[in-house]
Design a protein around this ligand. Sequence first.
Ligand SMILES: Cc1cc2nc3c(=O)[nH]c(=O)nc-3n(C[C@H](O)[C@H](O)[C@H](O)COP(=O)(O)OP(=O)(O)OC[C@H]3O[C@@H](n4cnc5c(N)ncnc54)[C@H](O)[C@@H]3O)c2cc1C
Length: 405
Amino acid sequence: MTTNPLPSLIPSERTVTSNGSGPEIAIVGGGICGLTVAVALEQRGLSPTVYEAASAYQPVGAGILLQTNALLVFDCLGIADAICDAGKPLDEGGLRSPDGRFMTRFDLNDVERREFGYGFVAIHRADLQRLLLDELDTDVRTGMDCVDIDGTDPPVVHFADATTITPDILIGADGIHSTVRDVVAPGVEPRQLGGVAYRALVTLDLPAPYQTQGFEIWGDGTYTGGSPIDENRFYWFATAPDPLTDDYATSDAVPLALRTRLAGYPEPIPAILDGLTPTDLIMTELEDLPSLTAWSRNRVVLAGDAAHAMLPFAGQGAAQAIEDGLLLADAIAAHERYDRAFSAYESERKPRADRIRRESYHLGRLGTMQSPLGCRLRNVVIDAVPDAVLRHVRRRQAAGTSLPG
Ligand SMILES: Cc1cc2nc3c(=O)[nH]c(=O)nc-3n(C[C@H](O)[C@H](O)[C@H](O)COP(=O)(O)OP(=O)(O)OC[C@H]3O[C@@H](n4cnc5c(N)ncnc54)[C@H](O)[C@@H]3O)c2cc1C
């Protein structure tokens, strides 16, 4: 049986008029979270304005893996099929050891697609962004860099071009280095795990098994993997304990260093590394946020990485941001009073997002472990995890916010 377990969760108190009048809602940050919450608010009859710092949306960037819970949200917003068409639906995934053997292997047609209707989809980030932008009636205001907020009630939002706004509700969807967060959780800074992640989209002829397979390889102090995003492009990532060179965007030193670090890895990694050029590479610090005491203060509320940025090892950061988008819009549409809306949203979302953030942190510690003995021990333990435990974890992740935990 396939069911989407994400119904409208909150009984409606608010009457939204058909001309869309309602509170003035400003969303700072037009990334995956900001755009998702904007689409969801519009579909509920509200008219938010998105303020994005970048001067324009560029068709650049890496890929992203959207797991079942993210696709269930997009199903509620009516765009899951378009996302599956634009990306690459996967049939299987899993963890491999450096000799190529699967330590755990997930048949995504079994649990995820059979029980929830969607498996995983890997997609170019720019394509996802375009699909979300296409859904919006209102234009996103680009080039609007929020530089400061007076935490008054209502808040006064200042932009770099000297514009100020005073919205009824301010949503901070401005990522891990959020400016809006300073109002809600002053002084909270990202935590460094140590090390960096490299990402790239590599064009190559993928051998048959990798056409619909995502995987990670956990080696001795090395971690790499990825997924195809179409017939001949692969979204690849790897971690390194340091940036390998300061000049990563122009120098051949990083591809060379990566080929050395990952030498001996199984296919398709050698072919991917051969296809890497310095300009393909995006480097990101491995960092997350500590758990915040609260996600809102007065009329200001956080969502996505601004609220719960997590390490990328569970592949859930964007999925959690996307769950926030739907649940926050539902709560705002359902409650006349913003404090009730924020408290309903936070009680639905914070425990789950915090748990997944903690799990990603532990996975990150394990995945980036440098001791060869520790790494071997870790892989023996992963090998021994019973299938029933993995299926339970997969169901809990896939089900989204509507199920406990
Ligand atoms: C290496 C790596 C791999 C990952 N892979 C996956 C994956 O496969 N699957 C997955 O689910 N997640 C993944 N993630 C996590 C995912 O990228 C993030 O969780 C997700 O992008 C968060 O979306 P967001 O909209 O909250 O924040 P962001 O994507 O950071 O977007 C924030 C937006 O706000 C804008 N902004 C910032 N400051 C301001 C300001 N002052 N004023 C106005 N606008 C501003 C930015 O320009 C940006 O557009 C990965 C992360 C990393 C680092």
